[in-house]
Every structure is written in structure tokens, then in C-alpha cells.
Design a protein around this ligand. Sequence first.
Ligand code: MLC
Ligand code: AMP
Length: 514
Amino acid sequence: MKNHNIFAALRAAFPQNLDAVAVETDNGLEYSWRDLERSTAMLANLLKSLKLPVGARVAVQVEKSVEAMMLYLATLRAGYVFLPLNTAYQSAEIEYFIGNAEPSVVVCSSKNFGWVSKIAFKAGTQNVFTLDDDRTGSLLERAAHCSDQHEVAVMREDDMAAILYTSGTTGRSKGAMLSHGNLLSNALVLKDYWGWRTPEEGGDVLIHALPIFHVHGLFVALHGALINGSKMIWLAKFDPKLVVKKLPEATVFMGVPTLYVRLLNEPGLDRQAVHNMRLFVAGSAPLLIETFNAWKQVTGHTILERYGMSETAMLTSNPYKGNERRGGTVGFALPGVSLRVQGEDGQILPAGEIGGIQVKGPNVFKGYWRMPEKTKEEFTADGFFKTGDVGKIDADGYITIVGRSKDLIISGGYNVYPAEIEGYINDMPGVAESALVGVPHPDFGEVGIAVVIAKPGIKLEADQILMTLKSKLANFKIPKHCYVVPELPRNTMGKVQKNLLREQHKTLFAKTAV
Ligand code: MLC
Ligand code: AMP
């Protein structure tokens, strides 16, 4: 049987010289391709020794490190399912994910071991390890005793490789199940589409500055470099100064728009700094045309914007060569991806008309973890996935996203789901109701602000509401401002008119440009 394990394809792309540098870190460490091969084998053997059931989930909430990346690769290698979790998540959030996914293995930072292990053991997880970003922790201690020889597990195309929790369109967070076939098809398409150069062709060097718990950092950037045998400059956190310093050694950079906005504020960014660069990729949130233009002016490079989702990996991309990269658009549907725009009455719309974006292709996920009904609702009868994004395709085939039908705020590339935050606010004593809306922000693109109504006779303090939220939720979800007002605008059906709230507060952050 052909092995569809994406790790096998990544491993096959390692350069012939396994002693060459594969990863260089911001604190001066170097890892060779042989290190990646051996360490992933040892970690895969450790997982194997745990006698986990088929399809076992390995949930991971750790700081970014090369070892954390190796743990991801080892999970694929051993044939288990990787479940990455944002490091900002707090106990209530982690409790939900672990309770829902029922992982067999949980890996966390040693500083969080107390509360994470309590949650994990309560949910029936038998194995809890620690992994810190200084190459310590029980995971590595145990793996050190394992063999560095490991045969890559044989997987079918449809076997699950990862679960990414996403707020999706409605309801609580849902686990998008991505298969080895989904991830590999996307990696291969992008390798070609973005003109990656193998070591034999002169090679590429990627600055990896994104977190590794989302599609962008974990799949697009990491797979892109690995499937091409390209070296990575591995930054634990995005630091604009460090990125500018490293640009002369690199050829490819990927970031959410906030990263580009912050880089543009860095005095060292100029044409000289980027003289070796081949490609700048942006995505995960809308790239403002001002940023696109400013980047061109300062660096001489045209950012390539692309569009993707947890459920689908990458869907569209502006061209690398041939056609023009058009600012404000997300380019063309990638090879193998069918993309269409549907109107409210279900008709497929012609060029230029605005409607719901739907997609089909080998990259589209298998469904939501243990939510068959929800999965069914999100697909059309003829197998297209409803993205929840609203857009149009122009006569030349360029796709523009004009909005979202899902109630979602994308802040600095992270998704904030208003219903979740409103739920927490509404549960606070004295609150009658609330609405969370996204407003423009010069750094994060968009941020959430809360508008809250008190119960009759109760006086609410906005600061107190924010403080209470901070104790319960990941920091990026905390509204950047809170208003306590007498009433919310409603339409004749009684529905809160969030568009009016957005309009009313749209200039709140206009003067705080960074
Ligand atoms: C941090 N903060 C944010 C925030 N990030 N607030 C809103 N939105 C965000 N994204 C706040 C924190 O709450 C904190 O506030 C303060 O900023 C400092 O926190 P920090 O952690 O030190 O921030 P920083 O390191 O500056 O992080 C900013 C960032 C980060 C832009 C580097 O958000 C980031 O890495 N974003 C990328 C997300 C990403 O990779 N998305 C890909 C999704 S994949 P306080 O008040 O507590 O001090 C996807 C599919 C696709 O969408 O198409 O790719
Ligand atoms: P997530 O589920 O976290 O992966 O977020 C996916 C969502 O990010 C998409 O449905 C879009 O709304 C948004 N997104 C991704 N890339 C872009 C882009 N280039 N422009 C606008 N929105 C984007």
C-alpha cells in the first residue's frame, strides 16, 4: 500500500547532505536534518511505546521551540493525530478542548503542569508530559531512552493527521479534522505555485516567525520549508527588529498583516535589508491596501496575499509569476481547488457578483470532530464547503473577500468568536445582555469591543467586566474597550444591529496609529 503519511513526503525531501543546517534558532542553536530525522524517530518511538489506540490524539500546549515542532512531526510519523493549542488559552478553554477531544497524550509547559494535568486526568488522559522551550521537560527525558530508528507509520490518504479547533460559523469551538491527504496535497500545490527552490536549485531560507498552533505557522510555513528541503530561521516570537536583522540571510517570509504593519514601523526596513528576499506572503486576515502599497514603496517587493482556513488549509493565492499580484484581492483558486460564489437563493453567481464563498478540493477537511450534523450543515448537497466568507470573483478570476457571514472578529490573525465572549459577559451578575463587535485597529487590523446593558437598577463598571474576562479567557480575546450603555440598537425583528454598533465605534482607535 502507498504510504500517504505526510511525514514520509517531508522526510523524502530532506537534502542529501543530512549534516546541513535545517533550523537555526534566535538563540544561536543549529539543528541539522539528521537531528530532525533522529529526534522525530525517538519521539515517535516514545509515543509508540505508550500503546495508544489507533487515531489517538496528542494535545499540545507549549511555547514555540524546535522540539515542539519535532513533536508535531513525530506525531505524524507515528501515525497519531496532532492537536495544537494556543498558549494563551486558560483553564476553562483547555478544559473544553481536552474534554471534547479526549486526547491520549497531553503535553504542556512545566509551569502549567499542575492545572493542565488535573484537567487531563479528569478527562481520562493517561499520559501527561512536560516540554519547555529550553529543551527540558519529561517528554524529552523519556524520549532520550528511545531508539533513533523508526519506520514511518503507513497511513491512508483519508487518515486523520491533525485536529484544529476553530470557532467556525456558529456554536462552540469545533475540531476540524484534517487528513494526511489534505495536508500533503496543499503542501505540494504551494511548493510549485510559490516557486520554492530546492537546495539543488540554489535553495530557499524561510524566516519562521509565526506561532505553530494554527494553519499558517504549522502547515503553510513549516510544510513549505520542509517539503522543499529549505532551511528555517526559527524565531520563538515575532520580533520586528530581529526579523529585519535576519532578512539579508533569508529568501522567504510569511506573516499575518499585523506583522507587516509592525515591520513597516521598523527603521531598518529598506531595499538593502530585503535584497536577498524572493517572496513575502501574507494571509489569515485582510491585508489593507495601504500596507500592500507601503510595503512596495519601502522594499520594492509586492506582497503575495493568499486566503485559507483551518477547515481547508490554503484555497487561493495571488500568482508568484506570470500574472500580477493584485492588492485587495486574494488571487486565484489554487490548482485543484474549485471555488464558487453562491447567492442567497442558492444560485451560483456570475463574475463580479457578491455572495457566499464555497470550495471543494483535496485540501478540504473531513468534517468536524464528533459533530456529524454540524458537518452536514456546512456542506452543500454537491459537496462544497461553505466558508462563511463573503466575496466575489472578477472577470479575470481574481477573488476578493468583502466580508464574513459568520459572526467572527479576526484580530492580529487570531479568531475571536463574539458569541463566546458575550456568553461570558452575560453570565456576570447584573448583566442583562451584551454585544461584541469588531472595529478597525491600526495594529491588529480589527479588535473586539464590548457593549453591555445592565439589569434594571444595577450599576456596572466596564473595567470590572474586562477584569473578570481576563481571569477566564485567552488575552487576545479580551475586548479592547467596554461600554456600558442603556440599550442596544435593534431592527424591527428585535435582532441586535451589530452593523450600527460597528459604524458608531469605527473611529475609536483611529488616532492611536502605531
Ligand atoms: C496579542 N494581543 C492581541 C493579539 N496578540 N490582541 C488582539 N489580537 C491579537 N492577535 C495582546 C495581548 O492580549 C496582550 O494584551 C498584548 O497584546 C501583548 O501580548 P503579546 O503576546 O506579547 O503580543 P505580541 O507578541 O505582540 O503578539 C502579536 C502578534 C500575535 C501579532 C505577533 O498576535 C501573532 O503571532 N499573531 C499571529 C496569529 C496567527 O498565526 N494566525 C494564523 C491563523 S491561521 P494585554 O492587555 O494582556 O497586555 C488562519 C488560516 C490562514 O487564519 O489563512 O492562515
Ligand atoms: P481560521 O479558521 O482561524 O483559519 O480563519 C480563517 C478565516 O480567516 C477565513 O475564513 C477568512 O475569514 C480569514 N482569512 C484568511 N486569509 C484571509 C485573507 N487573505 N484575507 C481576508 N481574510 C482571510
